[in-house]
Write a protein that binds this ligand. Structure first.
Ligand SMILES: O=C(O)C1=C[C@@H](OP(=O)(O)O)[C@@H](O)[C@H](O)C1
Ligand SMILES: C=C(OP(=O)(O)O)C(=O)O
Length: 435
C-alpha cells in the first residue's frame, strides 16, 4: 500500500549548520507551457529545449496532443531530452484534464477555437473553484462558442469552428493575468487578431504578461502594449522557432532560502542575465531581508545573514513568491507586511488563509489581511504543516523546517505540479556539503 501523504507527512530535513551548496533547477513552468502552446499553433515544426517535465507541463502536452499536435521526446522518453512539436490537423473532439494547472485551464480554450471539434475541460476538485468565467465570456465576445452551463467555471466545453473572428474585447483580468496571456497567445491566429482592454482593479503578475508578449514577438507576432491595460496582437502567422527554457526562478525560492535561512551559501546555476520571470525579483527581496546576493556569469549566489530581517513588500506583480517569502518572514527578527496579493486567494488554494493558518499552527504570529499577511517575530515549534494540494505551500513548509525542529510537511508529492521529485532534490540540497 502506498503511504498516505496526509497520514504520513514528510519530515522536513534540517541541516546541522550553514550549508554551502550549488544547485541546478528544472525548467520554468510558465515558459514551457507558453512554448508548447505557441509551437502547437506555429507555421511549422519546432523544438522546446530543456522543457520542464512536471504535472502542469505534462498536462499541457497531453491537452495539445489530444487536439492533434505531435509532441515527441527527442531522447525516446527517458525524460532528459527535448520536446519536438509538430502542429497537426485539429479536427477531433477531445477531453482536456486541467489538473490544478491554471495555464492549462486558461491557455488551451482560446486555441480550441482554431480547431474543428468539441473539447471538454475539467480538472482536480479545487480547479472548479479557480476563476475563469471572465475569460470564457471574453472568448464568447470574440466569436467562440462556450458551454459552461452558466457557471463561469469548470467543467465547460469549447466548440471549435476552425476559425475565430477575434477583434476588440474588454475583460476584468484582476483575478488573474493568465486571462490576458491566454487571449494574446491565441490572438495572432484569429481572423482580426485580438485587442484586449482590461477594466477593473489592477491586473496582477504583469511580468507574466510581459513574458507572453516577449515570446510572441520572438515568433514574429506584432504586439502593441504601448498603453497601460491594453494589449493588441496583429493577425498573422506564429513563426516556428526552437526555444531554450530557462530554469524556473520561482522554484528557486526554497533553494535560495536554504542559504538565506541557515546563514549559509547557495548558488543556483543558469540564472538568466535578463528575464521576464517574476522569480528574478527574489534577488531584491532577499537583499532586503539581509542576504548578500550576487549574480556572476549565470550563477546566482545568496549568502544568508546571521538573522533575517522583516520586509514591507507589495507582491502584486510576483504573487507566486508569497508562500516562500512568508515562510522566510516567519524566521525574521522584525515584523513584515506582505501586501497586494488578494488574487492569490484564487491560486491552488486560498494562499492567504492557508499561510496564516499553517504558519500560525507552528507558532508564528500572523495576521491575515484581505490582500496579504502581517508576520511578527515569534518562537516557532514543530508540527504538521498542511499543504492543501499546493506545491508552494509545501515549499513554505520545508523552508520553516530549515530552522525549526520536527516540521512535518503534508503531501510533499504535491510539489510535482512544477518540480519533478522535489523531495529528493531538497534532501540532497539540505544534506550536501556543510561548512
Ligand atoms: O502566466 C503564468 O504562467 C502565470 C501567471 C501568474 O498567475 P496569476 O496572474 O493568476 O497570479 C502566476 O501566479 C502563475 O504561477 C503563472
Ligand atoms: C499560481 C500558480 O499556478 P497556476 O499556473 O496553476 O496558476 C503557481 O504556480 O504559483
Amino acid at each position: 500500500m502506498p503511504a498516505d501523504p496526509v497520514a504520513d507527512p514528510w519530515p522536513a530535513p534540517r541541516p546541522p549548520g550553514p550549508v554551502d551548496r550549488v544547485v541546478s533547477l528544472p525548467g520554468s513552468k510558465s515558459l514551457t507551457n507558453r512554448a508548447l502552446v505557441l509551437a502547437a499553433i506555429a507555421d511549422g515544426p519546432s523544438v522546446v529545449r530543456r522543457p520542464l517535465r512536471s504535472r502542469d507541463t505534462l498536462l499541457m502536452a497531453a491537452a495539445l496532443r489530444s487536439l492533434g499536435t505531435s509532441i515527441e521526446d527527442t531522447d525516446g522518453g527517458d525524460g532528459s531530452g527535448d520536446w519536438a512539436v509538430t502542429p497537426g490537423a485539429w479536427d477531433r473532439d477531445a477531453a482536456v484534464d486541467c489538473g490544478l494547472a491554471g495555464t492549462v485551464m486558461r491557455f488551451v480554450p482560446p486555441v480550441v477555437g482554431l480547431a474543428r471539434g468539441t473539447v471538454g475541460f475539467d480538472g482536480d476538485p479545487h480547479m472548479r473553484q479557480r476563476p475563469v468565467g471572465q475569460m470564457l465570456a471574453a472568448l464568447g465576445a470574440l466569436g467562440m462558442t462556450i458551454d459552461d452551463g452558466g457557471r463561469g467555471a469548470l467543467p465547460f466545453a469549447v466548440h471549435g469552428a476552425g476559425a475565430v473572428p477575434g477583434g476588440t474585447v474588454t475583460i476584468d483580468a484582476s483575478a488573474s493575468s493568465q486571462f490576458v496571456s491566454a487571449l494574446l497567445l491565441a490572438g495572432a491566429r484569429y481572423d482580426h487578431g485580438v485587442d484586449v482592454r482590461h477594466v477593473g482593479k489592477p491586473v496582477p503578475s504583469l511580468p507574466h504578461i510581459e513574458m507572453t508578449v516577449q515570446m510572441l514577438r520572438q515568433r514574429g507576432v506584432a504586439v502593441d502594449d504601448h498603453d497601460a491595460n491594453r494589449w493588441a496582437v496583429a493577425p498573422g502567422p506564429v513563426k516556428a522557432i526552437d526555444d531554450d527554457i530557462e530554469p524556473d526562478l520561482s522554484n528557486a525560492a526554497p533553494f535560495l532560502a536554504l542559504g538565506a535561512a541557515t546563514g549559509g551559501r547557495v548558488t543556483v546555476t543558469g540564472w538568466p542575465a535578463l528575464t521576464t520571470q517574476p522569480g528574478d525579483e527574489l534577488r531584491e527581496i532577499l537583499t532586503l531581508m539581509g542576504c548578500e546576493v550576487t549574480l556572476t556569469g549565470g550563477d546566482l549566489t545568496v549568502v544568508g545573514p546571521e538573522k533575517l530581517h522583516g520586509v514591507d513588500l507589495d507582491l502584486h506583480d510576483v504573487g507566486e513568491l508569497t508562500p516562500a517569502v512568508a515562510a522566510l518572514c516567519a524566521l525574521a527578527d522584525s515584523p513584515s507586511h506582505l501586501r497586494g496579493v488578494a488574487h492569490i486567494r484564487g491560486h491552488e488554494t486560498d494562499r492567504i488563509t492557508a499561510l496564516a493558518t499553517e504558519l500560525g499552527r507552528l507558532g508564528a504570529d500572523v495576521t491575515e489581511r484581505e490582500d496579504g499577511l502581517s508576520v511578527r517575530p515569534a518562537t516557532l515549534h514543530g508540527g504538521t504543516f498542511r499543504t492543501y494540494a499546493d506545491h508552494r505551500m509545501a515549499h513554505a513548509g520545508v523552508i520553516l523546517g530549515l530552522a525549526v525542529d520536527d516540521v512535518l510537511v503534508e503531501d510533499i508529492a504535491t510539489t510535482s505540479k512544477t518540480f519533478p521529485d522535489f523531495a529528493t532534490a531538497w534532501s540532497n540540497a539540505v544534506h550536501g556539503t556543510t561548512r
